[in-house]
Design a protein around this ligand. Sequence first.
Ligand code: CU
Length: 841
Amino acid sequence: MSARARPPIRTPARRHRRAGRLRRTTALPLLLSALLATGLSLSPAAADPAPAAENLLVDPGFETSDGDGFAQCWQRAGWGDNTFAYSLTTDAHTGDRAARLTVTDWASGDRKIMVEETAACAPEVEPGKQYDLAVHYTSTTDNTVFTAFRHDPRQGWLYWTDLKTLPATGTYTRAEVRTPQVPEGTDRIAWGVTVYGGGGTLTLDDAEMTAVAVDPPEEPQDPDASGSWEVRQMDAEARAMHFVQLHNGKVLMIAGSGNDPDRFAAGTFTSHLYDPATGEMTDVDTPEDLFCSGHVHLEDGRVLVMGGNLDYPAADGSHGYKGLKNSYVFDPATNEYTRVNDMNAGHWYPSATVLGNGDVLSLGGLDEKSEGTVTAEYFSADRQRWLGLHEVNQTWSFWGLYPSMILLQDGRLFYSGSHVFGNGLPGTGASLYDYGTGTITDVPGLRRKDERDQSMSVLLPPAQRQRVATFGGGNVDSNPAAHRLTDIVDLGVPDPAYVPGPDLPRGHYSDGTPQTGDEGKMYVSAVILPDGTVLETGGALHNRAEPVHEASIFDPTTDTFTPVAPDPEPRGYHSGSLLLPDGRVLSYGDNPGDGSYATTLSLYSPPYLSKGPRPDIAPPSSREWTYGTENRITVSGGGQITKAALVRPEAVTHSSDPNQRYVDLPMTVHGEAPGGGTEIGLNLTDNPNLAPPGWYMLFVTDANGVPSVAEWVRIEGEEQAARTLRTEPAADATSPKAGTGDAEASERHGRHGTSEHGKRPRRPARDVEAWVDGCDRSYGDPSQCLPSVFPAEVKGSAAKCRWLDGQGWKPFPVHGRDRHRLDTDRDGTACGRGDRGGAIG
Ligand SMILES: [Cu+2]
């Protein structure tokens, strides 16, 4: 088995765009109302567990012929290059017949036995409800999986999700799985069992589909649905902008020189360990200036840190920031950094994405000469080292700074268009990148792609849905007012395109003034929460100025924002947020233009923490999980469990954490556990690209929407499966077209899209302005950032000085050319007393 795509069987239906499904309401979450409705409609009989629930399937035992060699309401579906045979066999579990599928000569694709996608056969379902699916089966192959499709009255049939792997068995075995909550806009579902990869014989009989009776949720105990913030003073000056959640519960805070050239000159590089339970901070010896490095969790929970700051820009503008080649591994067991081999080029602001095989791909940033690096870097988990220049597939593309590169289920990377500093990339500003083939395909639809500087992208829950949202953004070079735009792309369809999502809700500035019109924010933080929603918080209107206090929760089942209590602290440049294992969110940082740095941390308790008792997961008997297996846990307390998920711990900086993901775990409810509580089987996907190996936070959420505290579990990479790097284009429907579209895109990007790896001529590094971060260094102290371009409404010397005053600036020195004419009396101090009165106003 290799990491692979699981393409749809219904390609035409899936080609439909999702336009029109997005709503703009911010009313009571639809999920809650759906649950309430479900609860209220329960009859007394349904609340009693004794009577068997109604089987919703037509001909569940494959007994009635459809007159065409198969059973009524069951279809023979599939695609790709393979040989297959369907039959009805008398080798039945009960009754006279069972359905059989034999696949031989498999080269690609899959074959399925599944419920017919018609109104007469596919059961009606209610959004928000869950369903138990079961079947008796025998199989000669492990490459089988429950697959579900859903029907949207406007878009037709759509692939929904894979649910559970069915291991090979020679005797009839019952397999059962509970679906996730049915998404809004779904009126029917169809499902079946897929055989993919290799070959084999699958026999099915006595299928069942029953609605899950849900206990009415408890009334929320706290009528305030906004959540609450606690602000803590740090007990050490940290100036950290890299926050990494470790699997021992601590948070690694990396500052390096903390964006302070004086500390850089003094060789003062710092990191701290933060304990959210006690608030305690511990120093960590930091070998190098890891300011502006990249970071990602390795499979064993250690943190790979790459690149960082070789030098600050020269005051005379002769060079800009320079990137380090160095790389370190931080080990939570010893709290030490250990050096690994250098990368092939320097990287200041590199990306870091863990792949399905546990390897890491790092792209972009500035090199040792302060130029945009075009060298891709590849860390081998097996060899625990960065590969040499020509061991890595090079496209010699410049990906920008902190490009958001998100791993998709077929092994490709999605460049979301979210990045740091200045304009987006040429073309549409978003693309699909196939590392194996070096193919880069533009993805259209991202609005204002040149104003996505310090926007934030997130792979929306669940990862299986393959949707990415990009929130807000600005541009430090042109310094427009940051916007409110949110765009969403469904990457599970053949030709993905961003479509508009709901605008970010408007917030307030620090003085209480409300935002108006299109005013939005850059420096956005987006954090996946344990209940499958996303908290969006923090940000500012302009380059290192005018913090916006606004937070809201995005619900990916309805595509709506619900405003919640905002962080009382400003969280602009060099801020970030991450999910803690107890379900709270930690927000940090703010590094405005005057060079100061936030000394507080904010802890957000989402509304679900004041909605009643929390379910509790007993410590799992095994914390080592493997792909395609069912893992049993015991849950007690709280309400009925409706969902379970693995959430990857964050390693976030600069509004970027492309590895953040929420992997849905379809459940099999096994009933009362021997020692009390409920025993639940959690089915882990067999696709490592959906859940790369490593430590995850396991959460369950009850019918009341209350999540548990996390238990830590580790997904172990399967040696052969996971280590196979995908080197071929995605199969059939999901593959990027190799034709003219690609060539055009490559042309626009200045990239070579067709020649073989290793033979591509090396392209030169990209010239990047010395003042890439939008700061005019002729003014102020080295740590300060006077905007190269002032906000549009701030015109004239006096107005600029008044505006700076409002942003906390004191009179400051002028070193070079006084481009903004802030030192009108030419005494070497800008915005001093003599510069204010008579200035050009
Ligand atoms: Cu930075």
